[in-house]
Design a protein around this ligand. Structure first.
Ligand code: NAD
Length: 336
């Protein structure tokens, strides 16, 4: 495993993964393959842009010929697939793009992995594929997938294809199902960066419904470390949950952000809940722990680091929160 094609590497987790891997392995070459949708941003890769071990190819994962060409040109042996339409709210507004990229795109990557007999295909999946989990249950890797949003259904569909390509064609695969990530380069439509950047500007923090939806927030670099571990020590054909096993209601997360920034709780504004909003996700991560993994950041440490990054990097997020973003924000929070 030396030449990695990191699809979706210009997005939030993918770019953090690229920084992590180039920082850790001197002899790895990383080729980011990314369509640069609204969520893709070359600024996320600026710190490695001049590294001779790094290359960038702009392309759509659904374009199988372009994927083939990238794999051939760079002598790729491993695909790590982060590329996806990732926002649940947008998936509710426009499910077609989600199905196309997350399902058809994953299929195209698998076909190329099969054709070129790659050493590994690693799929980045999500805890959302299990659906809403009533307390005190925690999802284990063998549990049924019961996704309830177009986004999570498309991610579950992608996973099924990945597994089918392993069973049917012997494509050597692994899958990680990560919980919610927070950290640098997080697109400010997602809750933590949205609340943080709004709070910095004294704007309301729009909380869906009663705000008691429970999530497991992990620091993005902890997730990247887990992916690296599964790539090197995970069993072919296996799925691994990745999270902290700490549960936080959304409203508590919003209050903590306001505490860190010294802003009043009166900025919290309850808005109409998301359709079909999953009440709780909760992972059992013992299978990953058996590989030797421990999350390095507590939730409080992860949140503090994340909020500070947004305070110190206004030049990164201010340009994003204009243009297309404003149009989306108006439709999602103002006109509902
Ligand atoms: P993101 O939205 O920040 O980035 C997605 C990237 O994929 C962008 O750079 C975008 O340009 C690219 N992309 C989209 N469609 C593409 C296409 N057709 N072809 C090529 N590139 C395309 O997403 P993220 O939050 O970094 O999530 C990355 C992966 O991790 C996704 O697969 C997501 O489902 C999964 N995941 C995310 C979280 C989370 O909390 N963010 C948690 C668990 C799993």
């Amino acid at each position: 495993m030396r030449n990695l094609l990191v699809t979706g590497g210009a997005g939030f987790i993918g770019s953090n993964f690229v920084h992590y891997m180039l920082g850790k392995y001197d002899d790895y070459r990383i080729v980011v393959y990314d369509k640069l949708t609204y969520a893709g941003n070359l600024a996320n890769l600026a710190p490695v842009a001049n590294d001779p071990r790094f290359a960038f190819v702009q392309g759509d994962i659904c374009d199988i010929d372009a994927v083939r060409q990238a794999v051939r040109s760079y002598n790729i042996d491993t695909i790590v697939n982060f590329a996806a339409e990732t926002h649940v709210d947008r998936s509710i507004m426009a499910p077609d793009a989600v199905v196309r990229t997350n399902v058809n795109g994953t299929w195209a990557l698998l076909e190329v992995a099969r054709e070129f007999q790659l050493e590994r295909f690693h799929q980045i999946s999500t805890d959302e594929v299990y659906g809403a989990i009533p307390a005190p249950r925690r999802s284990r890797e063998g549990d049924p997938l019961e996704p309830r949003s177009p986004y999570s259904a498309s991610k579950a569909g992608a996973e099924h294809l990945v597994y089918a390509y392993y069973i049917t064609y012997g494509v050597p695969m692994t899958i990680t199902r990560g919980s919610n990530n927070i950290g640098p380069y997080h697109y400010p439509e997602k809750a933590v960066p949205l609340f943080t950047t709004n709070a910095i500007d004294n704007l309301p923090l729009p909380i869906y419904g009663d705000g008691l939806q429970v999530r497991d927030y992990q620091y993005v670099l902890d997730h990247c470390e887990a992916i690296d571990l599964v790539l090197h020590k995970g069993q072919i054909g296996e799925v691994y949950n990745v999270g902290t096993e700490v549960e936080t209601p959304n409203i508590e997360m919003a209050r903590k952000i306001l505490d860190i920034l010294g802003k009043p709780y009166s900025l919290i504004q309850h808005v109409t809940d998301r359709a079909g909003h999953d009440r709780r996700y909760a992972l059992d991560c013992s299978k990953l722990r058996a590989l030797g993994w421990r999350s390095r950041h507590t939730f409080d440490e992860a949140l503090e680091k994340t909020v500070r990054w947004f305070v110190e990097n206004e030049a990164w997020w201010r340009p994003i929160k204009s243009g297309e973003y404003l149009e989306y924000y108006r439709r999602q929070y103002v006109e509902r």
